[in-house]
Design a protein around this ligand. Structure first.
Ligand code: HEM
Length: 445
């Protein structure tokens, strides 16, 4: 007789909900469990057992296990609203094929073409903000990132139609809710907003096809993209994939940029270095990808922002096959996942992990095989964009937009945080200061 499987030690929490509330609202939950039970432990989430894995080796194990013994998993509301035809919900060989196809809109040459639009929208936003003087930055940055995404993905001209923004917000608000499709529920409203957004995307696709010119934006490149066997995405799937791109990139970029502004205002010496570097490398004139690539201090400040406040705190997975980890058995059917925030706050990986210190990336770069901080995802220790087969598809797009924003901000703006505001962090759905980051922007003298 074979020995019974050795399940990870842990706790189950309350009947039915398990430890859902602790997982969601206690940012120290993972660290506390690791201290109590070690890097492999067990919890329960809505009647499902879940293996909590910690440490770079276990992150790498999960990255390698994608499509082999783990797959993506989403709450029912998210699954229904995203739909089955999206990168986030596709699995196995289909997922890999779709990634290769969609990646055609995120290659270096494509990004080169997006930069002028990013630059003009960011510059116009800075004009407006400077004119207003003091403002809550979080909602403004949220509008800006949507405006850029909508322009590149839906062909939206000038400022985005407020009805479209409203539909997108309603759609996003329903993604993690109880999936009751009723007139007044968040989910029911989100479903109707989704229908209108998909109709809008169909109209954008049809207009582009009628014009006979695909264009060089995300929509155009995806219309022209072909699979290995020469087939294109169908109109229905293209619209759904675009919606998931909008969703995946919106809150995340907003969080990253807002927290960057907060940290720059709180660390004037770090911001002074960013400003001096921008002044040296690209003081005026149109931004170029080449010049942005030479902004080493700026890149480190952005990388440190994403380490300290990663927009995605963790990613969930479902075990499709039983696997072994550190002498424990994780049975098929359990939930698991990798935890970005806990990894980034691990004192064994980052000295004084709670301190904002962009210079720690100078050391990283020296020991990094490609000289690039994001390559460290492959070592399982710095992973704001995840890793493995599901590593963020929009990573280079996001990094470009963040660098363009940082450079234009540094060229033009001094930042002062308004006193007496609540800067404690809201964590759900993405980390950002509770106050919305009330900031005074003035021209840099
Ligand atoms: C996946 C982070 C911006 C598109 C991911 C994942 C992370 C992440 C951690 C992996 C999730 C998992 O393992 O389940 C971020 C951060 C961003 C950002 C921190 C900004 C600072 C963007 C942007 C886009 C985008 C701008 C699109 C333009 C995607 C897509 C996936 C993804 C499509 C799913 C990939 C797949 O399942 O194969 N992102 N993201 N992201 N991201 Fe991003």
């Amino acid at each position: 007789m074979s020995a019974p499987p050795r399940l990870p030690p842990g706790r189950s929490g309350l009947p039915f909900v398990g430890e859902w509330f602790q997982i969601l609202f206690n940012p120290r939950f993972g660290a506390e469990r690791r201290a109590e039970f070690g890097p492999v432990s067990r919890t329960r989430l809505f009647n499902r057992d879940m293996a909590l894995l910690a440490g770079p080796e276990n992150n790498l194990l999960l990255f390698r296990g994608e499509h082999k013994f783990v797959e993506a998993t989403w709450p029912a509301s998210t699954l229904k609203l995203l739909g089955p035809n999206t990168l986030s919900t596709q699995e196995g060989e289909l997922h890999l094929r779709r990634r290769r196809l969609l990646a055609q809109a995120f290659r270096p040459k494509a990004l080169l073409g997006y930069l002028p639009l990013m630059e003009s929208r960011i510059a116009a936003a800075l004009d407006r903000w400077l004119e207003r003087g003091e403002l809550a930055l979080y909602p403004e940055i949220r509008a800006l990132t949507f405006e850029i995404a909508a322009a590149l993905m839906m062909g939206a001209r000038e400022r985005t139609d407020p009805a479209l923004v409203h539909d997108f917000e309603t759609f996003a608000a329903g993604l993690f809710t109880i999936p009751a499709d009723l007139p007044l529920t968040a989910f029911g409203r989100a479903k109707r907003a989704r229908r209108r957004l998909i109709a809008h995307l169909h109209a954008a696709i049809d207009a582009r096809l009628r014009s006979g010119k695909a264009g060089e934006d995300v929509l155009g490149l995806l219309l022209a993209a072909r699979d290995e066997d020469g087939s294109a995405l169908g109109r229905e799937e293209l619209a759904e994939q675009m919606l998931v791109l909008l969703f995946a990139g919106h809150e995340t970029l907003t969080s990253g940029l807002t927290n960057f502004c907060m940290l720059m205002a709180q660390h004037p010496e770090a911001y002074a270095r960013v400003c001096a570097e921008v002044e040296r490398v690209t003081p005026r004139g149109p931004l170029t990808v080449e010049a942005l690539g030479r902004l080493a201090d700026t890149e480190r400040a952005l990388a440190e922002t994403l380490r300290l406040q990663p927009p995605v705190a963790a990613a969930f997975r479902k075990c499709t096959r039983t696997f072994e980890v550190a002498g424990f058995t994780v049975p098929a059917g359990w939930l698991t996942g990798y935890r970005i925030r806990d990894t980034h706050r691990d004192g064994a990986l980052f000295e004084e992990p709670g301190r904002f210190d962009p210079d720690r990336f100078a050391v990283f770069e020296e020991t990094c095989p490609h000289g690039r901080v994001h390559a460290h995802a492959h070592e399982g220790r710095y992973l704001p964009f995840g890793g493995g087969a599901r590593i963020c598809l929009g990573m280079e797009f996001a990094r470009l937009e963040m660098r363009a924003f940082a450079a234009l901000l540094a060229r033009r703006c001094a930042l002062t945080l308004a006193p007496d505001q609540d800067l404690t962090m809201k964590q759900v759905p993405v980390p950002r200061p509770r106050s919305g980051l009330v900031t005074r922007l003035s021209p840099r003298g």
